[in-house]
Write a protein that binds this ligand. Structure first.
Ligand code: AHM
Ligand code: MG
Length: 336
């Protein structure tokens, strides 16, 4: 760690980069930071569930234990609603967008889209999970209820995006369109400390991350790319290394630091892939571009896609720019 700076200080020092009124971003990130600490505390206790009461069972106060993904959803929503910045949220855990009380949040200019606990099936086996968030300026009038148009904006309109990784240490990584910055949580102090300023992904990496169990169902271009990754070409550092956690935030975070590519392509059972455009792919794509990488649906830039539905899925290829280019060229050569 080269500097001793907290997330809160860093945001204040850099708020002139935020395209809108200065205090708003720090208040918004304040909500996210607080909810992240609460969720982190709960995740760290997850292994105790069998001892203190399984999910669905009642705890000592007679309250039902909540699943962690629903718990995270509630905490992020509550923290965002408690400050007058956000007029509504869309979440993987909610069928419809949720409008906040417009009498309380009457000056709110932003909407937040989030996956409160991505990769949550990994919790039971003590593997990293994450929260992903995406922030837009609303297009509907301030003081009114948010509309579908506020939530269905293309990814290039994001004003901020980021994730929290609950891993061997907990980190918060965000961008406001001025680089990607990472903060590691010090639980003894209860603060996020700047640990990774201006993160950049290597142009070419040697890691590929994909669920190869689905190989037989992939488009030909993806199959060819996987074979390309496995070829023996030592001068090009191939074969590449295969690494797949099955937790997007964790796979993305590793590839961002080391260089690599993550793919969730279309399959026979999931013609649009599995991942959700609005609260998984768009924020990750924004971060990746800010770190010098690329994000594509195999053909088009993710951030240019015009969303039509809150929970729509999209094939996703994200990582080192030269690697994403290679995948696109295979898909062009072998269209299906
Ligand atoms: P989730 O939102 O239901 O947790 O699903 C998203 C997760 C990603 O984190 C991960 O990369 C992917 O699903 C793994 O899917 P699969 O098990 O099909 O490889
Ligand atoms: Mg998810």
């Amino acid at each position: 760690m080269s500097t001793m700076r907290t997330l809160g200080e860093f945001v204040v020092e850099n708020q002139h980069h935020f395209p809108h009124a200065s205090g708003e971003l720090s208040s918004l990130l304040g909500s996210i930071k607080l909810a992240a600490k609460i969720v982190n505390r709960e995740i760290n206790k997850a292994g105790l569930v069998d001892i203190t009461g399984a999910v669905g069972a009642e705890n000592i106060q007679g309250e039902e234990q909540q699943k962690l993904d629903l718990y995270a959803n509630d905490k992020f929503k509550a923290a965002l609603e408690a400050r007058d910045q956000v007029c509504g949220v869309a979440s993987e855990e909610e069928d419809e967008a949720v409008a906040f009380n417009k009498d309380l949040n009457k000056n709110a200019k932003y909407v937040v889209l989030m996956d409160p606990l991505d990769g949550s099936s990994n919790i039971d086996v003590n593997v990293s999970v994450g929260t992903i968030f995406s922030i837009y300026r609303r297009v509907s009038p301030i003081g009114s209820a948010p509309t579908q148009e506020d939530f269905l904006q293309p990814g290039h309109k994001q004003v901020a995006a980021g994730y929290i990784i609950y891993g061997s240490s907990t980190m918060l990584v965000y961008t406001t369109g001025n680089g990607v910055h990472g903060f590691t949580y010090d639980p003894s102090l209860g603060v996020f400390c700047l640990s990774h300023e201006s993160m950049m992904i290597p142009k070419l990496g040697t890691i590929y991350s994909i669920n190869e169990g689905n190989y037989i169902r992939f488009p030909t271009g993806i199959k060819k790319y996987i074979k390309y990754c496995q070829e023996n070409v030592p001068e090009e550092h191939r074969p590449y290394t295969s690494r797949y956690i099955g937790s997007l935030v964790a796979d993305f975070h590793r590839n961002l630091l080391k260089g690599g590519i993550y793919l969730y392509p279309s399959t026979e059972s999931h013609p649009n892939g599995k991942l959700r455009l609005l609260y998984e792919c768009n924020p990750i794509a924004f971060l990746m571009e800010q770190a010098g990488g690329k994000a594509s649906d195999g053909k088009n830039r993710i951030l240019d896609l015009k969303p039509t539905e809150l929970h729509q899925r999209v094939p996703f290829v994200v990582g080192s720019p030269a690697m994403v280019d290679k995948v696109e060229s295979f898909l062009e050569q072998y269209p299906e």
